[in-house]
Design a protein around this ligand. Structure first.
Ligand code: DDH
Length: 287
């Protein structure tokens, strides 16, 4: 495919597929983490790299990977994401031509596809920025809050109510950690597979406040092993959000289609792509 010519390397789709495959192989190999996969925390890294975007000022977003630096890496919302960044470091060392910004987003794409989610089109072209581009604390959502906060945060990035609900389906994946956010537990029984289970559980389970010393969270009445955050419950206490929860709970294909579109939009916020940057379809290793 491509080679190193006259000192600069122009990566092609093949080269990104190779990095994809390396990340996928590492996911497979390091299966003793959490519920058996680094996949969820990689998705969270890509989301927190992107979700700092402010459409008014054009600041933040995935173009920059400024979470590498202490002010942003130390924001409370980013607690625990060093695990994801460290997981990717050997891949960066093996492929020094890829920017951290492109690598983190590629890893999000790999994680979603390898956890049997929808195909996510990938466009490279992000450049790493220096410490001066770190965003101020407070741009990512605060799980203790409600509908108004959700809209303030996600409208600032340029999303609407349907998109807020579609993005939130990512909570089918992973879990909360007391030493990171203070919350505890997974949202679903299959936290390493992309499904519409999050919406089904939101609607069909009875949720009660968990009786514990930690931050206010909900537990399912039936097994008391699953959790919801106050911000998750906001999606069923608000008519405009709830209609989408109902649609996605009924129709996994619709969720996959809308999730793919909205996560692509999230991952590309604030990225000035070249005119000829066409999205790539990278092949899952599970196919
Ligand atoms: Fe989230 N999330 N998230 N989340 N998130 C947490 C974990 C994970 C909120 C709070 C938390 C999105 C939206 C919201 C993932 C993906 C996405 C944790 C637990 C908290 C708290 C962290 C820890 O203790 O380790 C809030 C609030 C919102 C909101 O207001 C909407 C979105 C949009 C996504 C996305 O990817 C598109 C994933 C994956 C995890 C699991 C991480 C892990 O380590 O496991």
């Amino acid at each position: 495919s491509s080679g190193e010519t006259s000192g600069f390397f122009q990566p092609k789709q093949d080269d990104y597929q190779k990095v994809y495959n390396q990340i996928a192989a590492r996911l497979e190999e390091k299966d003793d983490y959490d519920d058996g996969s680094y996949g969820p925390v990689l998705v969270r890294l890509a989301w927190h790299a992107s979700g700092t975007y402010d459409k008014e000022t054009g600041t933040g977003g995935s173009n920059g990977a400024t979470m590498r630096f202490a002010p942003e890496g130390d924001h409370g919302a980013n607690a625990g994401l060093a695990a994801a960044r460290d997981f990717l470091e050997p891949v960066k060392q093996a492929n020094p031509w890829i920017s951290y910004s492109d690598l983190w987003i590629l890893a999000g794409v790999v994680a979603i596809q390898e956890m049997l989610g929808p195909q996510i089109p990938y466009r490279p072209g992000r450049k790493d920025k220096d410490i001066a581009a770190c965003t101020p604390d407070g741009r990512l959502p605060d799980a203790t809050q409600g509908n108004k906060h959700l809209r303030d945060i996600f409208y600032r990035m340029g999303f609407n109510d349907q998109e807020i609900v579609a993005l939130s389906g990512a909570h089918a994946l992973g879990r909360c950690h007391t030493d990171r956010s203070g919350f505890t537990g997974p949202w679903t029984f299959s936290p390493t597979v992309v499904t519409n289970e999050y919406y089904k559980l939101l609607l069909n389970e009875k949720w009660q406040w968990k009786n514990w010393k930690g931050p206010k969270q909900l537990e399912d009445k039936t097994t008391k092993t699953l959790m919801m955050l106050p911000t998750d419950m906001a999606l069923v206490s608000d008519k405009s959000f709830k209609q989408w929860v109902e649609k996605y709970a009924k129709d996994n294909d619709l969720f996959f289609k809308d999730f793919s579109a909205v996560i692509t939009k999230l991952f590309e916020l604030g990225v000035p792509f070249a005119e000829n940057a066409t999205p790539m379809t990278l092949k899952p290793t599970t196919a």
